[in-house]
Write a protein that binds this ligand. Structure first.
Ligand code: SF4
Length: 73
C-alpha cells in the first residue's frame, strides 16, 4: 500500500490538503466534498485511505480534502 500523504509534503501544503474535510475553511471548499467523492480518488468504497491521482506516491484519507477537489463523474 502507498504511504499516507504527509501533511508537510510540499504539494500537499500547496493544495491545502487535510485529512479531515469537516474542519476545512478554504474559499474553494464546497460543503459535502471530500476525497471519497472526488474524481481523482481511486480508493475502494469503505476504505479509510486510498490512492489519489494528484498524489501518485501516497494514499490520501477518504475523509480528507484538498483544493484540487473535483466532483466525481
Ligand atoms: Fe482528495 Fe481529490 Fe485532493 Fe486527491 S485531489 S487529495 S482525492 S480532494
Amino acid at each position: 500500500a502507498l504511504p499516507p500523504l504527509p501533511l508537510d509534503n510540499p504539494q500537499a501544503k500547496a493544495l491545502a490538503y487535510t485529512e479531515n474535510a469537516a474542519t476545512v475553511k478554504h474559499p474553494l471548499f464546497k460543503p459535502g466534498s471530500d476525497c471519497a467523492n472526488c474524481n481523482f480518488y481511486k480508493g475502494a468504497p469503505g476504505q479509510a485511505h486510498g490512492p489519489c491521482l494528484m498524489f501518485p506516491q501516497h494514499s490520501v484519507a477518504a475523509k480528507g480534502w484538498c483544493s484540487a477537489w473535483a466532483k466525481k463523474v
